[in-house]
Design a protein around this ligand. Sequence first.
Ligand code: GRF
Length: 182
Amino acid sequence: MRIGVLASGSGTNLEAILAAGLPVAIVVVDRPCRATEVAAAHGVPSEIVRRVPDRVEFTHSIVDALEHHGVELVAMAGFMTILEKPIFDVYEGRILNTHPSLLPAFKGAHAVEDALAAGVKVTGCTIHVATLEVDSGPIVAQEAVPVLPGDDAATLHERIKAVEHRLYPETIRGFAGEGGRR
Ligand code: GRF
């Protein structure tokens, strides 16, 4: 299955996906970022689709880029923009996301900080099918990560990411192998 990765940040999950040998056809980013360098280092094309105020229009441009590269399965990896209906019209059930908490706890962009603020002793990461409702789609895989005394958001997020780097590629592989649709 041809995979399209959406990234916008440090790209460490993209790196893990590529290191696992998954067939990434295109990396789409919304700004120049390390993810494009990671893609280039692996000989994978990347495209910058600039954000525009109209999120529906922005989503259409993302879908155009994915379809242009024959993408069949979309993996969101730290793509910090909410996508609109046009991507679900084309790829419904075939978009995965990784989120740094044990969903349904701590949805949203500040999951690690929110877990720390709540004082939980265990958090984790969740790989789920993305739906129009953010961080709410069917859960495909989940793994717990302990919160340790003295953790701040950076140390806790690093511990969660270390798990994501293993769990996300193996989950994508399994999901694609099952036909990639829920
Ligand atoms: C990951 O922890 C992911 O769960 C969250 O953003 C982070 C992305 O990290 N949505 P990276 O860009 O893959 O390093």
